[in-house]
Design a protein around this ligand. Structure first.
Ligand code: MEV
Length: 445
């Protein structure tokens, strides 16, 4: 295998050509990759600019979950996700809660964190003693960076010195909290931190009391663990309102089983991870549709779920006096300005569809969808099981995978309204249609 030098310097066409050379049918591959390009050259260039070494566009479904009543406001929520049944589950849940007061949210705080990690081989006590002097310089030297943010009501909240020398010789950090208003704030925070590092070095070089050789800046970066950038979202209703939520099940039996389902996640981290994955099915889909960083959101959420030392569910059930309350406690750092928000045409559209929300409003929307998905998942799991609904939604994918001819599809969809979906059943039914022109029928549900 030869080293490929200079791939990034090639034009898009040249990159596609280079990749198509890996295949026998070069011409078709070239056309295939080009076929996913946007017809408008400018839009295509815009998409290519979001990443590097771009050769084509990777399509994901852009869906909508209607009827999300959040703090009394009705939203049609954009969701970008590839898993069938997630949007359906969110929509079903939103509809169920619509006439029961919908979703309520409360922003706990919006504090973001950035750190300058350094090694300190000088007097720790003296540094602690003189830190307030350094702190003033850190704030002063970042004034030009923070100016606009301060005008918007945000900026630096606090700067502290943290000492980790008991864990690693010399290891310390400047720990700074920020309010980044409507932006996620990664660039803003990282710019402040790099300036802090420069200011720190400069300040240290001017201090006669120190040796002058004891500072080694290791790295400056925001922390994606933002437990104080957090939203609580809940739904609540009287237990009797669950009567018949699933055929022949009484409300009181349902909520008990539901609470038991959540309890399993509290007891067992294996279940808790899957439980929280169901929350992030909804959260990530909104995060993606609004051009935010789902990796940051996931990393933070899972770390927060482990805060007690045991990985736990992010949702909890409160059952008291025949009243059911289901709450999601979610740390989530997302923005509605900066990043892709003003660049990606569908991100712009998503935000417009949501009525151009503030960052805190969007935190609430993402949390509501996460809670809705978790509600649907646990509800199905403790009653009918999820495969029934899941495989129904997956039917189209199965038909595509089996290349079922178009003319059979409506009849197959109709048939599986009352029959259990599986790949082998779809194949069988398709063969029956092909060879006999009709479906014999088998496992009815
Ligand atoms: C599947 O994407 C998500 C679920 O596994 C979540 C859960 O188990 O709670 C259904």
């Amino acid at each position: 295998m030869e080293l490929f030098n200079g791939f990034s310097k090639l034009s898009t066409e040249e990159k596609i050509l280079a990749i198509s050379k890996l295949f026998d049918n070069q011409k078709e591959i070239f056309q295939y990759l080009k076929s996913f390009h946007h017809s408008d050259k400018d839009v295509q260039e815009l998409f290519e600019g979001f990443s590097e070494n771009t050769i084509s566009n990777f399509h994901m479904p852009f869906s909508v979950a209607p009827n999300f009543l959040i703090n009394g406001k009705n939203y049609m929520v954009p969701m970008v996700i590839e898993e069938s049944s997630v949007v359906a589950a969110a929509s079903k849940s939103a509809k169920f809660w619509f006439n029961k007061g919908g979703f309520q949210t409360e922003i706990v705080s919006t504090e973001k964190i950035g750190q300058v990690h350094f090694l300190w081989h000088d007097s720790v006590d003296l540094l602690k003693f003189k830190f307030s002097e350094l702190k003033n310089e850190l704030i002063e030297d970042t004034n030009s960076i923070t100016e606009n943010m301060r005008k918007r009501g945000g900026g630096i909240l606090n700067i502290e010195l943290k000492d980790f020398t008991d864990q690693e010789p010399g290891m310390m950090q400047i720990y700074c909290t920020f309010d980044t208003r409507d932006s996620m704030g990664a660039n803003f925070i990282n710019s402040c931190l790099e300036q802090f590092a420069a200011t720190f070095k400069n300040w240290y070089s001017r201090q006669a009391e120190f040796s002058g050789h004891g500072l080694d800046i290791i790295l400056c970066i925001l922390s994606n663990l933002t437990p104080n950038c957090r939203v609580k979202c809940w739904v609540e209703t009287d237990v009797k309102n669950f009567d018949g939520i699933v055929k022949d099940i009484r409300g009181e039996d349902f909520v008990e089983r539901f609470a038991l389902g959540v309890r399993v996640a509290e007891v067992d981290p294996h279940r808790a991870v899957t439980h929280n994955k169901g929350v992030f099915n909804g959260v990530d889909a909104v995060v993606l549709a609004t051009g935010n960083d789902f990796r940051a959101v996931e990393a933070c959420g899972h770390a927060y779920a482990s805060r007690s030392g045991k990985y736990s569910p992010l949702t909890k059930v409160d059952l008291k006096d025949d009243h059911f309350k289901f709450t999601l406690d979610l740390p989530i750092s997302i923005g509605v300005v900066g990043g892709l928000t003003k660049l990606h045409p569908l991100v712009k559209f998503s935000l417009k569809m949501l009525g151009n929300p503030t960052a805190t409003e969007l935190m609430g929307i993402a949390a509501a969808v996460g809670l809705a998905n978790n509600f649907s998942a646990v509800k199905s799991l403790v009653t009918t099981g999820i495969q029934k609904g899941h495989m129904k939604m997956h039917l189209i994918n199965i038909m595509n995978q089996l290349e079922v001819p178009k003319e059979y599809r409506d009849r197959i969809i109709e048939y599986f309204k009352t029959h259990k979906v599986s790949v082998s059943e779809v194949r069988k039914v398709c063969d029956e249609l092909k060879y006999t022109g009709k479906i014999k029928g088998s496992v009815k549900i």
